[in-house]
Design a protein around this ligand. Structure first.
Ligand SMILES: [Zn+2]
Length: 495
């Protein structure tokens, strides 16, 4: 940064100063404590400019309903002022004086939410036959269009692509959420399907080597996968913690409680995958899907055993990530992905998805079991647990960035049983807190970054209103979500 000249607002001074000035949203000088990566300016390339609706430095939303991300009740008829990418004032409309020259957005009939902070995203999409192709072009843009302004990847197939995308977003070269990049999956031997992009660990030394290598390359988080052994997981956790990074897991060979004992920070996929209740489970071995399914079908969620299990995870400070959209996709009688999401899919992957979805309608999981396990996420929170939100765009497809994030929030309400402000908190503030970014993002409050979702309608009355999100502000720049969707049609599955 030292060689870059900036004006008093921290905007880069270049021969194209005027146009850069218009899009320079954040002030480096006013927010000296904010890492440079977060005080970014968007480069005014033709591609970026096509998506921007508002780049004025001072914007005031008036008459808005605000759900601020803290879990508190909605507040009506509010004014929120964004000045150079930061929220500088919030309060009842009429009581706040608007700054001179502010661009006023009349938000009557609209709800403002904080930008989503989603913790189980990926930059790849399943294209069939065990192949997961990197969507380095469409996904950063689609995540932003879906309201995701900060995210963690939940495992990486092409770690260098993920790291380079993160940096390109940071520099303002392309639009997208701020990213915490998780290194390549830490998996042991024995995965039942062949995923050629995945490395198989050969033991604890290999786990240590892998975590250190990818930490050096810039990964800030790690994810254990289904077949990791106790010894490998223990070394991975210890090594990651030494580097200041957290470890999460999609577990199977190691149970949730065993991983909690080893010091894991986070476990993915809610309570859909604990092997803790499988009878005669062998250590370091992933039981069959049938045995896992049977153990969960027979689970009494009000039993002492389940309550003790939840308490143990909470006592060990293990956060749980809810990823309801990918599980909903396997349940009979649930709707197909919305038409807007299907429009994003390349024809060949759309065909594969639709054919599988049809089969699910007669051969899928029962809704009763799915709802029971979704309800455990609420029980976990009521007992004092930290629940995070994500979508996981894998499965057999159809969990499409730009759409699935909104669905996650809807399902936290419909299936897990949270009220709307609680669901929003899980999808915003909780994630920011887990990532150590809560001073900067995760709720609508004076001093925080202007990461703001604009919803048509009263989302606290009707959560499906969040499907109508015409504008997403990140760093005070307002993006036209429809312009992004229009530009990404049929791209998912291709690039
Ligand atoms: Zn995943």
């Amino acid at each position: 940064m030292s060689s870059l000249k900036t004006d008093r607002r921290g905007c880069p001074v270049t021969p194209h100063r005027r146009s850069l000035g218009l899009l320079c949203a954040a002030s480096l000088s006013a927010f000296a404590g904010v890492p440079a990566a977060q005080a970014q300016a968007l480069k005014p390339t033709a591609d970026n400019k096509a998506f921007v609706s508002y780049a004025q430095p001072v914007i005031a939303f008036t008459h808005a309903t605000i759900v601020d991300g803290t879990g508190g009740k909605r507040r009506r008829d509010q004014t929120l002022v964004s000045d150079h990418g930061r929220i500088t004032a919030m309060g009842p409309t009429g009581k706040l004086r608007l700054p001179d020259g502010a661009t006023v957005i009349d938000a009557t009939g609209k709800t403002l939410l904080p930008g989503f902070v989603m913790l189980h995203q990926h930059m790849f999409y399943p294209v069939g036959e065990g192949a997961y192709s990197e969507m380095s072009y469409s996904f950063p843009r689609l995540y932003l269009a879906g309201g995701v302004t900060t995210m963690r990847t939940g495992g990486s197939m092409e770690p260098y692509s993920d790291l380079n995308i993160r940096d390109a977003i940071s520099r303002g070269d392309i639009v997208g959420p701020d990213m915490d990049v998780t290194g390549p999956y830490l998996n042991g031997a024995g995965l039942p399907i062949f995923v050629p992009a995945m490395h198989t660990l050969t033991g604890p030394d290999d786990a240590e080597r892998t975590v250190n290598y990818w930490s050096d390359e810039g990964a800030t988080s790690f994810k254990a996968y289904m077949n990791i052994t106790h010894a490998e997981l223990q070394t991975a956790i210890d090594t990651a913690h030494k580097r200041g990074h957290k470890v999460t897991g999609h577990l199977c060979s190691v149970t949730y409680q065993e991983a909690a004992d080893l010091g894991i920070d986070n476990i993915e996929h809610g309570f859909f995958l604990p092997t803790d209740f499988v009878k005669d489970k062998k250590p370091d071995t992933c039981p069959s899907t049938g045995d896992l399914r049977q153990s969960l079908a027979g689970l009494d969620v009000q039993s002492k055993e389940v309550k003790a299990f939840l308490k143990d995870l909470i006592d060990h400070h293990v956060a749980i990530t809810s990823t309801l959209p990918v599980f909903e996709s396997t349940v009979q009688g649930r709707p197909e992905a919305p038409s807007g999401a299907l429009d994003m899919l390349a024809p060949a992957v759309r065909e594969q998805y639709e054919a599988t979805w049809k089969k699910i309608q007669s051969h899928g999981e029962s809704v009763g079991n799915y709802k029971k396990l979704a309800g455990l996420e609420k029980q976990f929170v009521e007992a004092g647990g930290q629940l995070l939100a994500g979508t996981d765009p894998t499965g057999y497809g159809g969990v499409v960035p730009g759409f699935a994030e909104k669905r996650e929030v809807e399902l936290l309400v419909e299936d897990a049983g949270f009220n709307f402000p609680e669901a929003v908190k899980i999808a915003t503030y909780n994630g920011a807190q887990f990532l150590g970014r809560a001073d900067d993002v995760g709720s609508l409050a004076v001093g925080k970054r202007s990461d703001i979702l604009v919803i048509d309608g009263d989302a606290s009355r009707d959560p499906t209103a969040i499907e109508h999100m015409p504008l997403v502000f990140k760093n005070g720049i307002g993006y036209n979500t429809q312009a992004i969707f229009d530009a990404m049609k049929q791209d998912v599955g291709l690039h």
